[in-house]
Structure formats: structure tokens, C-alpha cells
Design a protein around this ligand. Structure first.
Ligand SMILES: [Zn+2]
Ligand SMILES: [Zn+2]
Length: 118
């Protein structure tokens, strides 16, 4: 498996506002929870086709993580405090979601562009 899409470690302390993933190639991604929730890839949030858009969360419980469960070896299922749990975040998608300066040189941190499905 491509080490860029292999999560070596996941840190998401209860109550934290960000989650972190260490990747097999040494890259470290830090995900603010508004980014993770706003880019939830499920059909309920995004419909069935087109690009993935940032859907701004409107309340704090939408941005608080209740559980993170691995799905096979290709994705994570995130459960949020409002009960939303239909989003499957593949590792390739999570890697594309990284908003760091290395992955998005020259792009402002607060910019929330549309993403391809993966
Ligand atoms: Zn969703
Ligand atoms: Zn990055």
C-alpha cells in the first residue's frame, strides 16, 4: 500500500478541537473539526454526485467527535455528537483534505475550496 495513504497514528483526544494523523510517509496532518465535519462526504451532506463542498457546521455538537472507527484498512467512520455517523472518510480523501502549507502551498488556511471525490 502507498505509504502516503497509510495512517500510522491517529490522535483525537476527547473534547479536542482538532484531530491529527501521522502518515506512512512521515507527513503529519492536523484537521480542525469544522473542516472534518464541513467536508463530510456522505450522501446526506453532499448528494450523490459532483464535487464535495464545505458545508459550514452550525453548532458545537456538530464539531465534537464522539467516535472514530476504522473501516477495513481504507477508511475511518466518524461519529459526531449530534448523532451523525454516515460519513466514511477514505485515507485518500483524508490526505486530500489536509490543509497544511505543504499540501496547499499558497492557499489561505481559511479557504474552503471544493474537493474531488475519492
Ligand atoms: Zn454527512
Ligand atoms: Zn499536509
Amino acid at each position: 500500500m502507498d505509504p502516503r495513504f497509510r495512517a500510522k497514528a491517529l490522535r483525537s483526544p476527547r473534547g479536542a478541537k482538532v484531530s491529527e494523523i501521522d502518515w506512512g510517509d512521515g507527513h503529519q496532518s492536523v484537521y480542525p473539526h469544522d473542516v472534518l465535519r464541513g467536508y463530510c462526504p456522505c450522501a446526506g451532506c453532499q448528494g450523490h454526485e459532483g464535487t464535495i463542498k464545505f458545508v459550514k457546521p452550525t453548532s458545537d455538537i456538530q464539531m465534537e467527535l464522539d467516535a472514530i472507527d476504522p473501516v477495513g484498512n481504507y477508511a475511518l467512520q466518524l461519529t459526531w455528537f449530534d448523532g451523525h455517523s454516515s460519513g466514511l472518510y477514505s485515507y485518500t480523501y483524508l490526505r486530500a483534505l489536509c490543509h497544511c502549507d505543504v499540501c496547499r502551498p499558497g492557499v489561505a488556511k481559511e479557504e474552503r475550496a471544493e474537493l474531488a471525490r475519492s
